[in-house]
Design a protein around this ligand. Sequence first.
Ligand SMILES: Cc1ncc(COP(=O)(O)OP(=O)(O)O)c(N)n1
Ligand code: TZP
Length: 446
Amino acid sequence: MIRKALTIAGSDSGGGAGIEADLKTFSAFGVHGLVAITSVTAQNTQEVRAIYDVTPEVVAKQIEAVVEDIGVDAAKTGMLSNAEIIKAVAKTVKKYDFPLVVDPVMIAKSGAPLLREDAMDALIEKIIPLAKVVTPNRPEAEKLSGIKIESLEDAKKAAKIIVEELGAEGAIVKGGHLGLSEAVDVLYFNGEFKEYRAPFVQGCTHGTGCSFSAAITANLAKGKKLEEAVRIAKKFITMGIYYGAKIGHGHCPVNQNAWIEIPAEKWRVYESLSKAVKELLTLENLPKYVPEVGMNFVYALPKLYAKDKDDVAGVKGRIVKFGNTVKPVGGIEFGASDHLARAILTFMEFFPEVRSALNLKYSEELIKKASSLGLKVSFYDRREEPEEIKAKEGGTIPWGIKTAIERLNDRPDVIYHLGDRGKEPMILIFGESPEVTLKKLKMLIG
Ligand SMILES: Cc1ncc(COP(=O)(O)OP(=O)(O)O)c(N)n1
Ligand SMILES: Cc1ncsc1CCOP(=O)(O)O
């Protein structure tokens, strides 16, 4: 059965925060999203240019309309804008018994107020006591609790005040603004504290508060316990920030799709590479092109998600010569390649669509053939590598790929180097997918 979650919040025309972020988050968790729009904002990643509030009656009617027909398993509030809307929302949601997550939105990342000064009392008196959980960031928690928050201990005190004095069932004070090396959130619920920790990642933060509270709401709608819903939401938001796309010129938006897109893309990459490796191993004359150090065949996740070697799939232990045949040492795994992973990640900085590569034993004859077939060939000379790059672990391949691409001033199909002391000469073939890379290999050695 599909679960339904309702967001009672403002619209962000930039698609980064507000109901737009909430709906994307609900979708990421497979929950059907419902909306009651409180306010229309003309907003982008840099500023809020205008705010136009919906009448309290229409806000209430939106809630009633969806509850009475479709049903709501959990709801959240975001930007409530003014005291009249707050009162209307409180009066309406009281009639129903779904859990309510309250994101006490006060100020946009860009600095614009999203809650009128005179609406703070109404928020505290009318909405907070209805909350299953309140999800303030540090400045919002300071406003609600009336205490200054400078440490984790202060965050705990604020969470306790929001529950014990303001009447919420639970409160989670987010530590993203605490300046610690980890982002630590503190939940106070059922008389106990629980800490949620994640590395403090750099990335895109517009819509974090909205998406985090929406993720809790979606998981409550799916029947998860609050502590579990918060744990999942924390993972979700860390990923969304880290994999955010640089959209707009201000605070770029959280990427809610990362949560579903990365596992889906991993599966596509795995399937496609597995199929190509299987076919590669059937190539009759392959053994004579396998280098002494072995061969690998890699496929990276799409550019937005390809940050390091763990985002590149390859053959564990490489493909090696075995008598007159070749054998993969292990299976296809993400993080299995080191050299080719570095090569493809560098290549993708220039040509993001080229996500696959394999390596072959160098032969002059193959290079000549590549050119005669119309493949674009470039090279690098390891003896020309600057000393400071040589001294840096893992720097040679990125330098070499960059040098070869810049030399050709075009997108190469093949890059080779002639080796150096203790380094075997090598040919690397590149393609948009393992299928394309394999096609080029077959043209060359077929
Ligand atoms: C319409 C609307 N609602 C909420 C916000 C707040 O989002 P943001 O500025 O990203 O702040 P956090 O929620 O991430 O702390 C908004 N800007 N617009
Ligand atoms: C040694 C070497 N140098 C370039 S490709 C290659 C073999 C594949 O290495 P990896 O398995 O680390 O990608």
